[in-house]
Design a protein. Structure first.
Length: 134
């Protein structure tokens, strides 16, 4: 699974977006050390503030299947002209899984023509996480 494959998986996930309110479909794909990939997309709600972001859905799917570590890379895609960077809540949710497994994943923020690669620790420096509670 190359980075391009991961980006394709995120774009494919966005095709299932339920975003009738924002009309802003987002896709996320998580790649793990064993080569497996878990995807997510944003799921909105008539009570607007209850929207679930694509990255959060992907992390929840993976953890509900028992995954607790090995997060190596994350790709996030959106419909706009700019690369999508995970929102603050999603950074925190991604950090939980990353810190649990002792990894600092690459986050591929995907735009129409460009991909910005950043470390999660650069998106969320000085993170509060499970290690903070020990
Ligand atoms: O990192 C982000 C930022 C936003 N969204 C979704 C939430 C909402 O459904 C839509 C517009 O904000 O995009 C995500 O899925 N991930």
């Amino acid at each position: 699974m190359t980075d391009d494959d991961l980006i394709s998986a995120a774009r494919e996930a966005a095709e299932q977006s339920y975003s009738p309110y924002s009309r802003f479909p987002v896709g996320a794909a998580l790649r793990f050390a064993d080569g497996s990939v878990t995807t997510g997309t944003n799921i909105e709600n008539a009570s607007y503030g209850l929207a679930l972001c694509a990255e959060t859905v992907a992390v929840a799917k993976a953890m509900a299947e028992g995954v607790r570590g090995g997060l190596e890379a994350v790709a996030v895609t959106g419909p706009g002209d700019m690369p999508i960077t995970p929102c603050g809540r999603c950074r925190q949710v991604l950090n939980e899984l990353a810190q649990l497994g002792g990894t600092d994943p690459d986050v591929l923020c995907v735009g129409p023509d460009t991909v910005q690669r950043v470390k999660l620790s650069d998106l969320l420096p000085h993170a509060f996480g499970p290690a903070s509670l020990t």
